[in-house]
Design a protein around this ligand. Structure first.
Ligand SMILES: *Cc1c(COP(=O)(O)O)cnc(C)c1O
Length: 349
């Protein structure tokens, strides 16, 4: 069978991923360092991510759902897996067949686990102020958890990407209280940004996601966290647009002078979002090629005045430094990663 050429490339640097994990593990001090691989490894590919991080020494993985758990199970080689959404009624048959631990989030989930799987290890999420998932501290200390084999008791930080937000210290203190009052084998609080808040946040196990994949949640990560994902597209057509013309949908960009333009086969369906309209750029041979006009579903125009020899069919890289791209596009670093679509050939290097 002849392979159909993919017109888009997403190159994933496996050694940068492993190096980022090792840096986060070192920053976690004596705590073990896990890895959040939900949403298909933040869009890069969960199976290959788990394989790479198991090799680096990671022993604790986190997914959102049992379907995600099933997908990475063959790669675990004995490492532990936690399912962050816990167990709904529909999940029980799958959960009973799996070695993965549910992260129990509500009194109903706790009751369900006790009724069906009493004695089997589980994790528990306690809400210390985010009001997303988790039982309350009052519930956690009320005897609700008696009889459960709690491996990891965890909570999640709401504002860790803002180092001086007072909410961080409030949640840290609340979690410290829980640690004293609720028995568990291990305690875990910090995501990527939480690791950067310092040793007081690490406890026994950290749970980075974003920074593994090259995201930098705080400037403290700059220079330490390496980029992991590179995206490249091809030039479908090169054209000369004369002064006074417009480019793209709704004619938002008007040429003030004659301009050389390349049309790239990438668009918002590939996670190159409309926020990059007139704000993103491509790179070719040292030249910076600014996006001109609106990003379309499958196509994006860039000005190639600075790249005289660049022709149809050639590859260009899209600027994808995560903090800079988030600022330029108005999307979060998380959305930029998880939005990368299905049209890329994913190449692990
Ligand atoms: C997604 C998630 C993480 C990882 O967070 P990052 O900000 O990507 O490091 C950790 N813990 C929980 C509960 C999560 O949902």
């Amino acid at each position: 069978v002849l392979g159909v050429q993919s017109p888009l490339r997403l190159t994933i640097d496996g050694s940068a991923l492993a190096a980022n994990w090792r840096w986060l593990a070192a920053r976690s001090g004596s705590a073990a360092c896990g890895a959040a691989v939900k949403a298909d490894g933040y869009g890069l590919g969960a199976e290959a991510t788990v394989r790479q991080l198991v090799r680096a020494g990671c022993r604790d993985f986190f997914v959102a759902t049992w379907a995600e758990a099933d997908a990475v199970r063959p790669m675990l080689e004995g490492a532990a897996l936690s399912v962050l959404h816990g167990v709904g009624a529909d999940d029980m048959p799958q959960a009973m067949l799996s070695d993965a631990r549910p992260v129990l989030n509500s009194a109903a989930q706790v009751a369900r686990w006790k009724a069906n799987a009493s004695g089997r290890p589980c994790d528990v999420m306690v809400d210390t102020g985010m009001n997303r998932l988790g039982i309350s501290p009052a519930e956690a200390t009320s005897g609700l958890l008696d009889g459960l084999a709690v491996d990891t008791l965890m909570s999640h930080l709401a504002c860790a990407d803002v180092p001086n937000d007072p909410m961080n210290e409030r949640q840290r203190a609340a979690f410290q209280e829980l640690r004293r009052a609720v028995p568990a084998a291990r305690y875990s609080l910090a995501n990527s940004a939480g690791i950067l808040l310092g040793a007081d946040y690490a406890h026994d196990l950290t749970r980075p996601g974003l920074a593994l994949y090259g995201g930098r949640p705080q400037p403290a990560a700059d220079g330490h966290i390496a980029p992991v994902a590179r995206i490249e597209a091809r030039i479908v057509q090169r054209r000369r647009v004369s002064a006074g013309q417009t480019i793209g949908y709704n004619a938002t960009f008007e040429t003030r002078r004659d301009m050389e333009v390349a049309i790239l086969n990438i668009g918002y369906a590939d996670g190159y979002f409309r926020g990059f309209s007139d704000a993103g750029h491509a790179l070719a041979g040292g030249a910076v090629l600014p996006v001109v006009g609106r990003v379309s579903m499958d196509l994006t125009a860039v000005c190639v005045d600075a790249a005289a020899g660049l022709d149809e069919g050639e590859w260009v890289e899209l600027g994808f430094d995560l903090p800079a791209s988030a600022a330029a596009s108005g999307m979060s670093q998380y959305e930029l990663l998880t939005g990368l679509g299905h049209r890329y050939q994913r190449i692990w290097s």
